[in-house]
Design a protein around this ligand. Structure first.
Ligand SMILES: [Cu+2]
Length: 178
């Protein structure tokens, strides 16, 4: 029920935006192989065959990003963010979080940069069937700086100075063109 409400909110948001982006990403998670769109690094937490879809919708000066997942563990919290690079054989290959304004300090754990207005955070909690919908809205559009993937993490995203943006280990990755 809660995810239905969230989905309805997402559709209302999407309807207010006039220029749908052609970009998106979708796939079923599998162990890494060259060309795989969706890679799981932890099949116990993101099972092979689970699916994710990411749809960015740009309109005006803002962007709504919708994430749909299914086939994950039931009643579990995950973190999720847009990262800079496509998925690769190792979890770290997706690079750091995409930031609209780049933090001069790397890794970025400063809440002034690592926050859900400067990055795209799509944390979610699954329902009894392992499905969830997450929606993020940011006051800017993709373009210019690279954004290449959606990474699912083991924990909800932390926000305190020194750990802002961290969300535990990287469980899975979906390559997305934004
Ligand atoms: Cu992340």
């Amino acid at each position: 029920m809660r995810s239905l409400v969230t989905l309805a909110a997402a559709l209302v948001l999407a309807a207010t935006l006039t220029v749908p982006a052609a970009a998106s990403g979708s796939g079923a998670f599998e162990p890494y192989r060259p060309g795989a769109a969706a890679v799981t690094y932890a099949p116990d937490l993101v099972p092979v065959g689970a699916r994710a879809t990411v749809v960015p919708i740009a309109g005006g000066r803002r962007t709504v990003v919708i994430l749909l997942v299914r086939g994950l563990l039931p009643h579990r919290h995950y973190g999720a963010h847009v990262h800079t690079r496509p998925c690769g054989p190792a979890p770290a290959d997706a690079g750091p979080h995409f930031q609209h304004v780049a933090d001069p300090v790397v890794p970025s754990v400063d809440p002034a940069y690592a926050n859900p207005r400067n990055e795209v955070w799509l944390d979610f909690g699954t329902d009894a069937r392992g499905a969830a919908v997450a929606v993020a809205q940011v006051p800017w559009r993709f373009g210019g700086r690279p954004a290449g993937s959606l990474v699912i993490h083991a924990e909800h995203t932390h926000t305190a100075p020194g750990e802002a943006g961290t969300a535990g280990s990287r469980l899975a990755c979906l390559t997305v063109s934004f």
